[in-house]
Design a binder for this molecule. Structure first.
Ligand SMILES: C[S@@+](CC[C@H](N)C(=O)[O-])C[C@H]1O[C@@H](n2cnc3c(N)ncnc32)[C@H](O)[C@@H]1O
Length: 221
């Protein structure tokens, strides 16, 4: 499937798939969305000093990068596990401008994350480890040892890829979560909120990032 690089409203780049008419992050600001939906409402909203994040769709690595930078800053021990079926290519990685949006530290982390071996846990910094799983979420069975504290549900939209937003997947994720785990997604669809609630998450609608009225957050109680 063809992927094109596009620039979003805050100057950060992302990938666009013409065939699906879908992009990896919001055209209203890739970095802004990543910082707000996943970092602020997910990672930073969880009080634990040490935690495990599970991401759906590693993609460009932007969500992982902003999380690693925050983990290093706050000295918050973070295990980041991310599943990806269609890894981006080295050519695409070199065209993304995330490292240069921050600092030399970010550029280094970004490359380390993309160079990290798949399917094994790699120490990226003193506070951040990364395990990229090259797999298909719709067929994935969670390791019983994985105890998730924060879920970044960053699949393509439910209209574009409905098989990723099914209850059996939500339930598998719910069961892999610890008590008080947070589930965040940029989608605010009523059907998704109800399905997540049916799995057991206590759901709330939060204000959305620029260009979106709302987003969803669930808590496992
Ligand atoms: C919205 S993008 C994610 C963006 C990513 N979080 C980032 O920071 O760039 C959705 C991602 O889900 C991946 N994906 C699509 N189908 C998948 C599947 N069945 N299993 C795992 N990942 C999948 C896509 O390749 C894409 O990278």
């Amino acid at each position: 499937m063809e992927r094109r690089l596009i620039e979003t409203a805050d100057g950060s780049k992302t990938l666009f798939i013409p065939e699906m008419n879908e992009q990896y992050h919001s055209v209203n600001g890739a970095l802004t969305e990543s910082n707000y939906v996943f970092l602020q409402q997910g990672y930073l909203a969880h009080p634990a000093r040490s935690l495990t994040v599970f991401e759906v769709g590693f993609g460009t690595g932007l969500n992982a990068l902003v999380t690693a930078l925050e983990a290093n800053k706050l000295k918050k021990r973070t295990r980041f596990v991310s599943i990806e079926k269609y890894p981006v290519t080295p050519g695409e990685i070199s065209e993304l401008n995330y490292g240069s949006l921050f600092s030399e530290e970010a550029s280094q982390l970004f490359l380390q994350m993309h160079n990290a071996e798949w399917n094994q846990e790699v120490e990226i910094s003193e506070y951040f480890s990364l395990q990229k799983i090259n797999g298909d979420l719709t067929k994935y069975d969670f390791d019983e040892a994985l105890k998730i504290d924060v879920v970044y549900f960053d699949a393509f939209g439910p209209e574009k890829q409905p098989d990723m937003w099914q209850n059996d997947i939500f339930l598998k994720i719910y069961n892999a979560c610890r008590h008080d785990a947070l589930f965040v997604t940029y989608s605010a669809k009523g059907e998704i909120r109800r399905n997540l609630a049916a799995c057991g998450f206590e759901m709330a609608r939060l204000p959305g990032p620029p260009g979106k009225r709302q987003m969803l957050r669930g808590v496992k109680k």
